[in-house]
Design a protein around this ligand. Sequence first.
Ligand SMILES: *[C@@H]1O[C@H](CO)[C@@H](O)[C@H](O)[C@H]1NC(C)=O
Ligand SMILES: *[C@@H]1O[C@H](CO)[C@@H](O)[C@H](O)[C@H]1NC(C)=O
Ligand SMILES: *[C@@H]1O[C@H](CO)[C@@H](O)[C@H](O)[C@H]1NC(C)=O
Ligand SMILES: *[C@@H]1O[C@H](CO)[C@@H](O)[C@H](O)[C@H]1NC(C)=O
Ligand SMILES: *[C@@H]1O[C@H](CO)[C@@H](O)[C@H](O)[C@H]1NC(C)=O
Ligand SMILES: *[C@@H]1O[C@H](CO)[C@@H](O)[C@H](O)[C@H]1NC(C)=O
Ligand SMILES: *[C@@H]1O[C@H](CO)[C@@H](O)[C@H](O)[C@H]1NC(C)=O
Length: 672
Amino acid sequence: MAMTRQALPIVWLFCQLSACLSAVVPDVGSAVSISSRQALNAALEAGPNRRMGFLSEANFNTMAPVLSKKVVPVYFTDTEELYKAVTSEDVLAALISGVPNKTMFSAFSSDLVSPRSFQMMPGSTTNDLMHAVDAAVVRTHNGGDLLRVAEANPPFEVTEVHTCRSLEPAKVPFPIASTATGLLKDVLDKKRLRVLAYGTPADKPDWKQDGNYEVDPPVGFWPEYMAAFMKEFRAAYGNDIQLERVWMKAGGTDMVLNGSIHMTEPYYIYENLHNGTLKKWSHKFSCVVMGYEQQFFSKRRAKVITDAVTSDAQCAAALKTCEDKQLMNRITTREELNSKLESGGNVKMGFLSQANFLSVQSMLSTKVEPVIFLSKPQLYEAVVNGSLRAALISGVPDRTNFTVFSTDVISPRAFQTMPGDRSVDLLKALDAVIVRTHNAGELLAAATANPPFQAVEVHTCRADNPGAVPFPAASTATGLLKDVLDSKKLRVLASGTPDNYPNWGQDGNYKATPMTGFWPDYMEFFMTRFRAEYGIDIVLERVWQTGTAGTEMVLNGTVHMTEPYYIYETLYKDLPKKWSHEFSCVVMGYQQNFFALKPAMDFTAAGPTCDYQLAACQGNTAQINGTKPTTKQPLNSNVVFGLPSTTSAARSHQATFLLAGAVALAVEALLH
Ligand SMILES: *[C@@H]1O[C@H](CO)[C@@H](O)[C@H](O)[C@H]1NC(C)=O
Ligand SMILES: *[C@@H]1O[C@H](CO)[C@@H](O)[C@H](O)[C@H]1NC(C)=O
Ligand SMILES: *[C@@H]1O[C@H](CO)[C@@H](O)[C@H](O)[C@H]1NC(C)=O
Ligand SMILES: *[C@@H]1O[C@H](CO)[C@@H](O)[C@H](O)[C@H]1NC(C)=O
Ligand SMILES: *[C@@H]1O[C@H](CO)[C@@H](O)[C@H](O)[C@H]1NC(C)=O
Ligand SMILES: *[C@@H]1O[C@H](CO)[C@@H](O)[C@H](O)[C@H]1NC(C)=O
Ligand SMILES: *[C@@H]1O[C@H](CO)[C@@H](O)[C@H](O)[C@H]1NC(C)=O
């Protein structure tokens, strides 16, 4: 799912014979290949072609929130037809489950991610097993198992979505076997872990690279991930613990919910419904294992420059060869970066802190050599002068001179509350608002209004019909929600102090009057919906705190909840927050970017004929002369992705969302 998130720099033209010759001065609007969701939305806004291809209305409905409202969906019955429609440009772009053929098409992220995790029954019976599973998941993440298993099963692509993260696994301990209770005790006594697997014993699924269970042993991403998971589990509890897959299609979920099956396989969808309401309200979830991200794709353009400017076929051929070489040197995805690191040469990458490196290390080739820089200008310079292969930055580097691509590591953000009965109604109300803001495209609206902010939609809740996610009735509200409604005040923990509000640029400037940026705008959308349900006189009161006092006030209910930008995956008192807090549906995710030097590929400026251009190309060995990266906004040098502090707020400047792959939609249709 790593894909280019910037428009291609050069003149990619569709060469339809006669059009080739008139293409020297490109019509940028129509000629530039679409390679990001932002570019796609701009093209949809501009028209005239606003058609996009989908294989079902359900697929379109899933994607609609991240697309311009001007989109005209067109439905196709099979993938071949869809490919043809993209090639003939009957449609501007399309969506399929899984990974489109990247030789033929320009594929790019939908910024919509479907997280997957182990799922269990609610209640205290699962507490110990949940902690044990979380402990094993964190260890597979830290051990790089996701990358290893994904790379062993091409074209599988994985996105890391972290609802738990600790560089010190000791802070996510396995419960002690001798005092284990509930389901964990049952697993250890009987020496077997019973896992709900989707299929029947006579008809096991073959999801290709995602997992082929028809062969013994099964192969593919999920079976191999489970092997890595079991290795951690057995290291803690004994090599004699068996994994027992219970193959069921219908009825399996009910057996998970009464504990007769310990948990689901990790590929079960998080965000869908069970018996008409959000699974989040009936199931418990392990740390997210990974996310599926859907990809849009559009026609890959043939590049044409030379025919129009020279009659010298030999020069034209040489120029093309040279340009192709430049193209080969481009790094526009994490997969390309890793293959370049693997193949040797320059393996140095730049980071602004060791913590930043560690936050993405599991997604990088083990050959990488991190170099820590103290300042951003030096980091840019070292990429420009070629001493670094690539670098990581918070925020959005200048895309004119750099290729910018996803780390595929996502930090989800959600409102956070105290655990227990008192927060149940408030959380349901929050979830009801969040699902409605998602469905109405309000994340896209808030992000678009605050460039270059980018949000990834990570869905732990999703319902096309918001009726499935009702607001609790005001008259029977309990706990924190009742307190909000009685006092007419929603008290929200905000990161800062009353005499020094934060200014995070496009993420949120709380010093301005009125406040500006993504998060204040999102909270406007949020409050509009909250007030529409519970009364226009409800006041949002920000309680400004830094340090742990604020978190304590959330955990004892004197503050109702945190702002939605608080990090999900960090620790509180040296243990995962997931073990001490409750979380609303994920609002969105931040995704960090790598960047690399973008080799020049358009040499038309060098002169009017091929000779000049060839000379410029051959002299230009992937170097950009005198590049001065300009950052559109000052970036904090202390930016660390997923700060480990308990109250760390949104510090990364680039937000991203999460979606689903080949297995995802196929399974989604079936798992309820
Ligand atoms: C992708 O398309 C190219 C060109 O049509 C073809 O050669 C290649 O086999 C295709 N790859 C896959 C994985 O289908
Ligand atoms: C759990 O649910 C299944 C399916 O509804 C049922 O057959 C089984 O008896 C139940 N087991 C327990 C322990 O309640
Ligand atoms: C499904 O939900 C309905 C109410 O919406 C409830 O009556 C029923 O018991 C639920 N079924 C299961 C299996 O939980
Ligand atoms: C490249 O730039 C970095 C950062 O300014 C500097 O430390 C390094 O010496 C430069 N290397 C070359 C080969 O110019
Ligand atoms: C909640 O925690 C805060 C901060 O620790 C404390 O000042 C306050 O007294 C606590 N309130 C209650 C009701 O426990
Ligand atoms: C960079 O610019 C200098 C001075 O303008 C020039 O001599 C040199 O050839 C250029 N290098 C490249 C790689 O274009
Ligand atoms: C990108 O590099 C070119 C060539 O060196 C330079 O002219 C331009 O100013 C740079 N763009 C930005 C935004 O820094």
